[in-house]
Design a binder for this molecule. Structure first.
Ligand code: C2O
Length: 550
């Protein structure tokens, strides 16, 4: 591979959407941020200079960061933030991955505006394991636009213990599209020719919502998930959770009416909180003189896709089940067949008592919280990885993260009531080369809710999923140990469970959290400390000299 250099100047930029102008944190003044394009095996050297008032970190979501945890990016986990005026160089190699990933700010809610695609092409002269696309379309990155300042929104939510305000629009490549007021001209247009097969990269960078996505009168063939090839399958609708990426083939019609096809996305909503049920849209435009000017759009027929109902958990689950590893000679499936460490995690919302002199806006005057095994994770004031590397964990973290919930979990009968949440910076310590299984069981105080769980530093295999209580005697009999999908973000189904397995082969400290930003804020997050192996190439590399200090 080669080395590719990027310079990311973090700066403020005025952006107008929905007739509302605000100053947002961007990379190089661009919204969404610039594309990173590389090949498998390349090294990326990205110099980040912070010109804004906020503390910043960047995370390269889904990049394995083998032995380079210092470049992973979650604030107070692998690094202290880059402060105003400071510079930090993220330096890492893309190993064994090709497809689409993305980067985003990983501190507070700054990722609401600071995100962009990472395009990883196969090594030179290595073909895709599917039909060669005619061309690539620009990646489509879903997001959320807030008229208000998202830092103010999250701070308000933290202070009051209540739910934060929802966004004002969903977006594709930063554009809300024609269904929103004052937004016609802010519409993503993808131009295609008839009778061709295109590669389309999809990224969900939305803060708080899973999204259904569809293009009127067109079918997708999904070929890749989270930068891993899968067994291709066809679908009209895609469900993509925050944190997930997927590549699809889109074959255009050879005969087509004089029409514009709408591409639409709107949320898949579980739980009983407030939500935004609006729809973002873009245009899929066939190259034709008739369609070339935006004025003519109005005279043409507009086709709209039909998306599943907002709460269609059946559609969501059936879709998730279709993903399978290629599991062939060239791309074998390395799912651990045996397990050395088993964990049972309840994941979900809970409540905590309100502080004495406060009024809280959570259920019955409590404050919302979110937890794994009833521990709501508190970020330390220095970074976990430094503390681990220098043997200075005292006062930073404790190693007593529970391997199962404090109380036997039961989904039937009374809805589980997670009110005994405590706080702490507790981690799990794992020896190098351990095989791990984690069962993640959804719990809730507000009705079942799905959670896109993201693990840093690894891909894991999704070996099983189901509704109701996980049954340790019967459910493992149905685990897929042949061709389970390999991902970095998986949905813990609403009212159900998911089982993942992975081999612990990357030393460092690795964050795991719900990728719904509001749940991360409330504490649905934890960390794995993975020890060095014995061999020199099994050890975490030393920290770079410009690593920011707290
Ligand atoms: Cu995409 Cu820890 O996040």
């Amino acid at each position: 591979g080669i080395t590719r250099h990027y310079k990311f100047d973090i700066k403020m930029q005025n952006v107008t959407r929905l007739c509302h102008t605000k100053s947002i944190v961007t990379v190089n003044g661009q919204f969404p941020g610039p594309r990173i394009v590389a090949r498998e095996g390349d090294r990326l050297v990205i110099k980040v200079v912070n010109h804004v008032q906020n503390n910043i970190t960047l995370h390269w979501h889904g990049i394995r960061q083998l032995r380079t945890g210092w470049a992973d990016g979650p604030a107070y986990v692998t690094q202290c933030p880059i402060q105003t005026g400071q510079t930090y160089v993220y330096n890492f190699t893309i190993t064994g991955q090709r497809g689409t990933l993305w980067y985003h700010a990983h501190i507070s809610w700054l990722r609401s505006t600071l995100y962009g695609p990472i395009i990883i092409l196969p090594k030179r002269n290595v073909p895709y394991p599917f039909v060669k696309p005619y061309k690539e379309l620009p990646p489509v990155i879903f997001g959320e636009w807030f008229n208000a300042d998202t830092e103010a929104i999250v701070n308000q939510a933290i202070m009051t213990g209540g739910g934060p305000n929802v966004s004002d629009a969903y977006t594709m490549n930063g554009f809300p599209g024609p269904h929103y007021n004052c937004s016609e001209k802010d519409t993503l247009r993808l131009k295609v020719e008839p009778g061709k097969t295109y590669l389309l990269r999809l990224i969900n960078a939305a803060l708080n919502d899973d999204l259904f996505f569809s293009i009127a009168n067109h079918t997708f063939t999904i070929v890749d998930a989270d930068a891993v090839y899968i067994k291709p399958f066809k679908t009209d609708t895609i469900l993509i959770t925050p944190g997930q990426t997927t590549n699809v083939l889109l074959t255009t019609k050879s005969q087509y009416p004089k029409a514009t096809y709408l591409m639409e996305a709107r949320p898949y909503v579980t739980g009983l909180g407030t939500f935004d049920n609006t729809t973002t849209a873009g245009f899929l435009e066939y190259h034709s003189p008739l369609l070339s000017s935006s004025n003519s759009i109005k005279k043409l027929q507009l086709f709209r896709p039909s998306l599943p109902a907002l709460n269609d958990t059946i559609a969501a689950t059936n879709f998730a089940k279709k993903f399978r590893s290629l599991a062939n000679k060239q791309f074998p499936c390395n799912v651990p067949k045996t397990v050395q460490k088993r964990f049972f995690f309840t994941v979900g919302l809970g409540t905590q008592p309100c502080a004495k002199n406060q009024t809280c806006q959570g259920p019955n005057g409590t404050r919302f919280t979110a937890a794994v095994n009833n521990i709501s994770f508190v970020l330390p004031s220095t970074a976990l990885l430094q503390a681990h590397y220098f043997g200075q964990s005292n006062g930073v973290y404790t190693t007593d993260f529970p391997i199962k919930p404090p109380k036997q979990f039961n989904y039937t009968g009374n809805p589980p009531n997670n009110t005994m949440v405590s706080t702490g910076s507790k981690v799990v310590v794992l020896p190098f080369n351990t095989t791990v299984e984690v069962i993640m069981q959804d719990t809730s105080i507000l009705g079942a809710e799905s959670h896109p769980l993201h693990l840093h530093g690894y891909n894991f295999y999704v070996v099983g999923q189901g509704f109701g209580n996980y049954n340790a005697n019967t459910d493992p009999q149905n685990f897929n140990l042949v061709d389970p999908v390999e991902r970095n973000t998986v949905s813990v189904p609403s009212g159900g469970w998911v089982a993942i397995r992975f081999l612990v082969d990357n030393p460092g400290v690795w964050f795991m959290h719900c990728h719904l930003e509001v749940h991360t804020t409330w504490g649905l997050r934890m960390a794995w400390v993975v020890q060095d192996g014995k061999l020199p190439n099994q050890k975490l590399l030393p920290p770079p000299s410009d690593l920011p200090k707290c």
